[in-house]
Design a protein around this ligand. Structure first.
Ligand code: DC
Length: 230
């Protein structure tokens, strides 16, 4: 138990409520929130902006070597962390379904995964973080003291995403959004490196009929009763 890290790892498919829950849990524990998906989205955005084909090895390596990603706490009243790519706030460009698809694509590339995994391990090495993503419990922080897998039915996940996008003023085609969510989860689960999967020790939670507060309380109680020091 002594080599366990004071890290909460929350993995699961898109739209399961990971971001809201991770942020809320981090507040409750007074831990730092680490949104690893935002980092994959930042790489996707940089590729898109610089017109680098994700498959292009040398160009992509060059892009990664020059890329500075900073995650800052959300502004007052905002939900999502601020993401700075090479010093520029680009958060609002990252949350679209299209950038999610591109992030999923770049996240399957080995050089991207190893680069971001190292950065995430560096950011989390002092512990006291809540990390969310697809592989935080399996690959990035295998020694995390607390691991959860947060799931929900695809239709419910689609509805949450649709509400979120509409609240940002976007037009939403629900059938198309559902198809995108299913495809992204399939691709994320079937890729060769660090696929989306439940860590053996992770606690499985389904948020289909539970709100974020309920899930946060379940996680918090589990952490308090786990026997690992906070
Ligand atoms: O959590 P998100 O929707 O912002 O993640 C966007 C994409 O990034 C997701 O489809 C797969 C990838 N990702 C990943 O491969 N590993 C992570 N730890 C987090 C995200």
């Amino acid at each position: 138990m002594s080599d366990m890290m004071q890290v909460v790892a929350i993995d699961g498919p898109s739209g399961g409520g990971k971001s809201t829950v991770s942020r809320g849990l981090a507040n409750r524990l007074n831990f730092t929130y680490l949104d690893t998906g935002a980092m994959y989205r930042a790489v996707a955005y940089a590729c898109w902006e610089k017109k680098v084909e994700p498959g292009d090895g040398e160009e992509l390596k060059q892009l990664l070597s020059e890329l500075v990603i900073e995650l800052l706490p959300a502004m007052n009243g905002e939900n999502d962390v601020q993401v700075l790519v090479n010093g520029r706030e680009v958060g609002s460009h990252l949350r679209t379904p299209e950038m999610g698809m591109l992030a999923s694509q770049v996240s399957a590339i080995p050089v991207v995964r190893s680069h971001l995994t190292q950065l995430q391990q560096q950011m989390g090495k002092a512990g006291r973080i809540v990390a969310e993503g697809r592989d935080t419990g399996t690959v990035v922080f295998p020694k995390a003291a607390w691991k959860f897998f947060l799931d929900a039915k695809p239709e419910i996940r689609m509805r949450r995403r649709a509400d979120q996008l509409r609240s940002q003023g976007a037009d939403v085609d629900e059938q198309q959004l559902l198809a995108q969510i299913i495809k992204r989860d399939k691709d994320d689960s079937e890729r060769a490196i660090a696929p989306l999967k439940q860590a053996t020790e992770a606690v499985y939670l389904d948020s289909s009929d539970k709100d974020a507060e309920k899930i946060i309380s379940l996680m918090y109680d589990h952490i308090l009763n786990s026997g690992h020091a906070l």
